[in-house]
Ligand binder design. Structure first.
Ligand code: URA
Length: 422
């Protein structure tokens, strides 16, 4: 009787582990109507879960499908997952870097969630690239080339596949237990040796304050560690976009810049930090600083870029088509200049507003059936902290045509906060 469970949670009661396992079983069997699942998610959002409920939900979601099993191999199995950000494309350059550092990376990712971008949607902006892989394909590819980047399926963490898509459009994403269970169900199904979690806080993150983000990080680390996976979390500010590009395809392009040793410094720094943590956690280096140096020299060696290209080929992309698209200046149709109306100091680039506007423009979803527009997006021309003169370029807007670009630009302008210099 799912209705009585919804009422229990609505009224602040708790579920037993058996009840939670039952909910997940029925959910995956397609026996729960969407409207009741949505109501239950909202009740969980407001009432929360205690530690036992959280653990039961995470395990039930992990076990809702098959777990990946890998043959013995000297290369440790590692992964990184972010709680969600705007412009956060770290997974794309990081995964091939980790392979070049001697790891195996079986990465199960998600789609855009709320105003934040999703690795799967970004990867699918690459012509031909498929994120739909079977368990056998993932294991084979990881053994052969070191990495696979795939999504949840009917057979792999199907419970997260269903709940993730529903949370995205029911306003139930920013919940500590729901985020924890969503992330860890995927990561624990990967049979990892080590995991690093990038926990974001700030206006464009699901956790607005540093304290909330810390609580989320600690909860995930404790639960993952209890399950035998060496786990760490890093805290990162998500008030401003990471890097310069926001939008699925533009973020792929910026990831390639990073792999080519170019691209924004904040992106490179976070990629190297995640790699250094994993190197240190798996005992591959004596300390974090040595990990950073090893990661930087490996990134600059070009080996991760070659691994990225192997990944693309292996998951269905054609490299010539990919490179042609990389060279296109305006893949969405038009590349339009947003210029500063005033002079002064650019004190902030509001990632929350950029995320909201791009989701509305089709880079994310407002309803489950919405089709993603891969190529719309924004490329910031400068980072916050710089002085600008009236008329200076702030960003390029990628849109279908000039009227769409103008409309988006008129709202996006207020994301770039320019304060008069004194
Ligand atoms: N990433 C996930 O996989 N799930 C969440 O709930 C948030 C970020």
């Amino acid at each position: 009787n799912f209705l009585s469970l919804i009422e229990t949670k609505r009224d602040g009661g708790r579920h037993s582990p058996e009840e939670i396992a039952g909910i997940i079983r029925e959910l995956v069997a397609g026996k729960l109507p969407d409207y009741q699942v949505a109501a239950w998610l909202m009740a969980v959002y407001f009432r929360g879960f205690d530690r036992e409920e959280l653990s039961a939900l995470t395990m039930a979601m992990r076990d809702s499908g098959e777990r990946l099993e890998f043959p013995d191999d000297p290369r440790p199995l590692v992964d990184k997952h972010s709680t969600g950000g705007v412009g956060d494309k770290v997974s794309l350059p990081l995964a091939p870097l980790l392979v070049a550092l001697g790891f195996r990376v079986p990465m199960i990712s998600g789609r855009a969630l709320g105003i934040t971008g999703g690795t799967l949607d970004k990867l699918e902006s690459i012509p031909g690239f498929t994120t739909r892989l079977t368990k056998e394909q993932i294991v084979r590819q990881v053994q052969e080339i070191g990495v696979a980047m795939a999504g949840q399926t009917e057979h792999m963490v199907p419970a997260d596949r269903i709940l993730y898509a529903m949370r995205d459009v029911t306003g139930t994403v920013p919940s500590l237990p729901l985020i924890t269970a969503s992330i860890l169900s995927k990561k624990l199904a990967e049979s990892l040796d080590a995991l690093v979690l990038d926990v974001k806080f700030g206006a464009a993150a699901f956790m607005k304050s540093r304290e909330e983000a810390e609580a989320l990080g600690r909860t995930m680390v404790e639960l993952a560690t209890d399950c035998g996976v060496t786990t760490r979390f890093v805290l990162n500010d998500m008030n401003q976009p990471l890097g310069r590009a926001v939008g699925n395809w533009l973020e792929v392009k910026e990831s390639v810049d990073c792999l080519e040793g170019r691209g924004p410094e904040d992106l490179r720094k976070l990629v190297l930090e995640c790699a250094a943590h994993l190197l240190e956690m798996t005992g591959r280096v004596g300390g974090f600083e040595e990990g950073l140096r090893r990661a930087a020299s490996t990134l600059d060696s070009g080996a991760p870029l070659q691994c990225w290209e192997r990944l693309l080929l292996s998951q269905g992309a054609n490299l010539d088509t990919f490179r042609r698209k990389l060279a296109e200046p305006a893949p969405a149709g038009i590349r339009w200049e947003l210029r500063s109306r005033t002079g002064g100091r650019l004190t902030c680039i509001d990632a929350r507003l950029i995320g909201e506007l791009l989701r509305r423009s089709g880079a994310g979803r407002l309803r489950q059936a919405d089709r993603i527009r891969w190529d719309v997006g924004v490329e910031c021309a400068i980072k916050a902290g710089r002085t600008v003169a009236q008329g200076d370029l702030l960003a390029h807007i990628h849109a279908a045509n000039e009227s769409e670009a103008r409309e988006l630009g008129s709202e996006l302008a207020s994301a770039f906060v320019v304060e008069p210099s004194v």
